[in-house]
Design a protein around this ligand. Sequence first.
Ligand code: UD1
Length: 343
Amino acid sequence: MSKKTVLVSGGAGFIGSHVSVELLQAGYDVVVADNFSNCDRTCFEGVKKITGREDLPLEIVDFCDEAAVKALFAKYPIDAVIHFAAYKAVGESVAKPLMYYRNNLQSFLSVLEAAQEKGNVNVLFSSSATVYGEPDAVPVTEDTPRKPATSPYGNTKTMCEDILRDTVKASGGKLKGILLRYFNPIGAHPSALIGELPRGVPNNLVPFITQTAIGKRECLSIFGNDYPTPDGTCQRDYIDIVDLAKAHVYAVTRMVEGKMKEECEVFNVGTGRPVSVMELVNAFEKVNGVKLNWKFAPRRPGDVTAIWADPTKANNEMGWHATRTIEETLKAAWAWECHLAGK
Ligand code: UD1
């Protein structure tokens, strides 16, 4: 079988770079496309180094530019596209909703228009557990009802899910789609050559922890210790970034090999293991032998109490399983922060 080509929009970012590595290592041709609006070249260079692919194509494209996206589809024999190119800061989306709706919806519409025009393209959309809102029961399956999102960012994920579903349905079999709902991706590649590179003060927990441990931040605030959870702090399903990236290879293979059971499928990508903020902090200190400055602080508006995945569908249908322990993942996150600091 000839090699299949996957276009990765936002391919130079945190998740996109890890996915590009796994796709290349699984034998796919990859085209990385990014406009570097929220990342630099570090991870793209890292992908080339890890895979030994100095010739890895890079296209600097703003996915809101429909003509440019169509040109990409004309230039490469694209079998599948994975769409990551989007803004992702929850708080910023509350302050600047129009910026989020314009960017996140328009870029995905460009991808779908181009894919539809070309035909026979498989589309993988990177969705989020945010679509479940504050769930009535945990763990959540793919059939757990979606709830109104708590931010414009979350709304764009729900809307893009619906847009993909409707477009696939109307395509008469020309397009197929998979929605992957990520829980909380953390960690870094074991090579420490790629990882998360937040700009400014990190919003997410693990980058804040590693930056505090290295001395870039003074103190971690644990948002809320009065939640109705075993230790009072929020529970999440932290999924190793390499495990998460591998789920994309399973999903793409399922699409290009015609193994889908429905023309638009949805999978939770999580471990099924709830971990509280306090447990995560303790595990980080223990596994890395570092002391972290932390304090309890008031709850952060918009946070849900507890959410974790039931990953049975992805396990059984795609054959994908999360394999890394939280300790391995937190070691990798720390190794990456140390690598950035030149230590
Ligand atoms: C958020 C988004 C989610 C997105 C994910 C990854 C929502 C509601 N959440 O998830 O859609 O996919 O980021 O980018 O849209 N915490 C602290 N101190 C900190 C930072 C975080 O205690 O300095 C706590 C939070 O209160 C939360 C947990 O750590 O309980 C995880 O927070 P975070 O990493 O920001 O992810 P989520 O909010 O779960």
